[in-house]
Design a binder for this molecule. Structure first.
Ligand code: UD1
Length: 399
């Protein structure tokens, strides 16, 4: 059996790492058996290309180098999707895979599932069934199209099964396997916990001269009190709905600099898109001049996991971090009005609250959240063993 799996952007790497490992494990344990050996080809579309957004994750997570990189790079959605389809079609025609496996909801997920399906190649979607209901989100369009075309839909939670059933997807195509991101979290938890926060800050600050300013908050880094709560906020922002309009981004920045940073250090590994937007809107000076706001380059997987383990609070619009906060128990304000991951919300037993980008609401929930303790939760089958269930589902698939 030949499988091509696809990665394109940062959130894909932590999903593909355990899948690649599970294939290796499968091949290892089925050497002499009659079951088919899996030939695996990894394709990187090249949507994310900066070392810190891409190669760093291959290195840290032990992902073998991509067999093929399409070098798509930045562009409009149509450019990214179109160029990926043109490049990927050639690969499919040459390699003739039995399966194309896509993960998540980025442009690579959409482009490669459409390309494969048009060539009658079977498509498996890992992380199927997530729905935000928000069609202004590029990722929602990618999810809907990918799921509509997939032959095998592997879901992270049962709410996703219900979404697919509602859309009329035949039951035999859907398989609940759990959350593959949590395989990566569990495999790397121990290594992350050995990292020192001050080293992470020093190594990743945009302005290395600011390292000393963070120092007072590192006292007792390894003490019990820090392990329980830490004394810093962790922030990530990259969604177009939060960062592409000045009238939305500016009040968020003011809340961070004037309110959160006046109480505790705010650690902000900044996405290239967000940095560009702050600069375009003339807000960059405000951000870099706030003494308690620590702007960092995009950081590695272990570094983010370590910071998340003891943050007092997470403010984010990332879906993956919402999930990691759920398992780690970090109180999380999700700066969105909706989520495709309701299982991470408080009302479903998780650690996250939707606050959108309304400052009143963010402030109110922030006050509540910093008082809340850490409450780790583990949704069903978020057990670190999802990748092997994905491989088995593909092997057992019967058309
Ligand atoms: C993409 C995904 C999003 C995911 C996010 C995580 C889609 C539709 N969106 O959004 O789902 O949550 O990645 O990061 O696929 N840039 C760099 N260096 C890089 C990559 C990007 O400077 O290595 C710049 C680009 O030039 C562009 C901006 O960042 O201006 C946005 O990149 P893009 O790949 O278009 O989308 P993301 O916002 O990263």
């Amino acid at each position: 059996m030949k499988i091509i799996s696809i990665v394109g952007a940062r959130p894909n790497f932590m999903k593909i790492a355990p899948f690649v490992r599970a294939i290796e494990q499968y091949n290892h344990t089925h050497k002499d058996a009659t079951s088919p050996n899996i030939k695996h080809i990894l394709v990187h579309t090249g949507q994310h290309y900066d070392d810190r957004m891409s190669q760093a994750f291959f290195d840290a997570l032990g992902i073998p180098a991509a067999d093929i990189n399409l070098g798509i790079g930045s562009g409009t959605h149509a450019e990214q999707v179109g160029n990926t389809m043109i490049g990927f079609e050639k690969i499919c025609l040459e390699e003739k895979p039995d399966w194309v496996v896509v993960v998540g909801d980025v442009n690579a997920t959409l482009a490669c599932s459409v390309t494969a399906k048009k060539l009658n190649i079977k498509v498996c979607h890992i992380e199927a069934g997530l729905r935000s209901g928000d069609m202004t989100m590029p990722e929602e369009v990618n999810r809907l199209v990918t799921d509509r075309l997939s032959d095998l839909l592997l879901t992270p939670d049962k709410l996703s099964n219900a979404n697919l059933q509602k859309e009329g997807v035949p039951e035999e195509k859907i398989k609940f396997v759990g959350n593959i991101m949590i395989d990566t979290l569990e495999a790397n938890r121990e290594k992350a916990s050995t990292l020192q926060i001050n080293n992470i800050i020093t190594a990743n600050l945009l302005d290395p001269n600011r390292a000393k300013a963070f120092h007072p908050h590192l006292e007792g880094e390894s003490s019990a009190s820090n392990e329980e709560g830490g004394s810093y906020a962790l922030l990530t922002l990259h969604r177009p709905s939060n960062v592409d309009q000045k009238e939305v981004l500016e009040p968020i920045l003011h809340f961070l600099t004037d309110e959160v940073a006046s109480e505790m250090p705010v650690i902000w590994p900044i996405h290239p898109r967000t940095q560009k937007m702050l600069q375009n809107f003339g807000l960059w000076e405000k951000a870099i001049s706030c003494p308690n706001l620590f702007l960092m380059h995009p950081i590695g997987y272990h570094e983010m996991l370590r910071l998340n383990m003891t943050a007092s609070i997470m403010l984010t619009d990332s879906g993956g971090l919402q999930e990691e906060c759920c398992v780690l128990g970090t109180p999380c304000l999700t700066l969105r009005w909706n989520t495709e991951r309701p299982v991470t919300l408080k009302e479903h037993g998780g650690a996250s609250v939707l606050v959108g980008n309304n400052i009143e609401r963010i402030r109110k929930e922030y006050q509540r959240a910093i008082k809340a303790g850490r409450l780790p939760q583990r949704p069903e089958l978020w057990d670190g063993q999802t990748a092997m269930r994905c491989v088995k589902a593909i092997i057992d698939y019967q058309a």
